[in-house]
Design a protein around this ligand. Structure first.
Ligand SMILES: C[S@@+](CC[C@H](N)C(=O)[O-])C[C@H]1O[C@@H](n2cnc3c(N)ncnc32)[C@H](O)[C@@H]1O
Length: 168
């Protein structure tokens, strides 16, 4: 059995999985844009392989992240173990849809999401296991997941509308 691909980002070693979104320009744009400090609380939605969430924890943030894709959650756990010694903040990964993984009382300094945003009709879906579509397709107008995220996010930010990083 061949090993999954891996690469390095900053000092982190990140393993990939065929069913999980492979970091691309949007990932790196977002990773380079986030401003987090030691002790900040961070929630990343849709962490994929965990690159951004792990990077935030390496900067000293206390991170909770989630994904709907069970392969992503397993991969994030694996990437956490590989990089654990480099993390200065705490790290917790959960499976589920958007903010459903949180307690309604949770609030964060920073919330991050690189959402599925491509406008996609049903016939344009790739199909297969469906996890690739889940990672990139934002429905017909590209906004299906983004709108649900935007409608809930302010309730989980400590300072309203500060510290929100979302590619679109
Ligand atoms: C564009 S990929 C970004 C992955 C990673 N954050 C990155 O930047 O490389 C979007 C990710 O969001 C996840 N996702 C899609 N809809 C979601 C939802 N409703 N709740 C949680 N995660 C979701 C997908 O499984 C996928 O891993």
């Amino acid at each position: 059995m061949s090993a999954n691909k891996s690469f390095t980002f900053k000092d982190l070693t990140i393993e990939l999985h065929p069913e999980v979104y492979e970091p691309a320009e949007d990932t790196y744009l977002l990773a380079d844009s986030v401003v987090v400090s030691e002790g900040n609380s961070v929630f990343e939605v849709g962490s994929g392989c965990g690159l951004i969430a792990l990077y935030c924890a390496s900067l000293g943030a206390n991170v909770i992240c989630c994904d709907v894709n069970p392969f992503a959650v397993e991969l994030i756990k694996k990437n956490f173990l590989v990089n654990e010694s480099l993390l200065k903040g705490s790290f917790d990964v959960r499976i589920g849809d958007l903010f459903s993984v949180l307690d309604s009382k949770n609030s964060f300094d920073v919330i991050i999401f690189n959402p599925p945003y491509l406008p996609t009709s049903k016939k344009e879906l790739v199909g297969g296991s469906g996890w690739f579509d889940k990672a990139v397709s934002g429905g017909l107008n590209g906004l299906e997941v983004i709108e649900r995220f935007i409608n809930q996010v302010s309730g989980f930010l400590k300072k309203k509308w500060q510290g929100l990083f979302c590619v679109q």
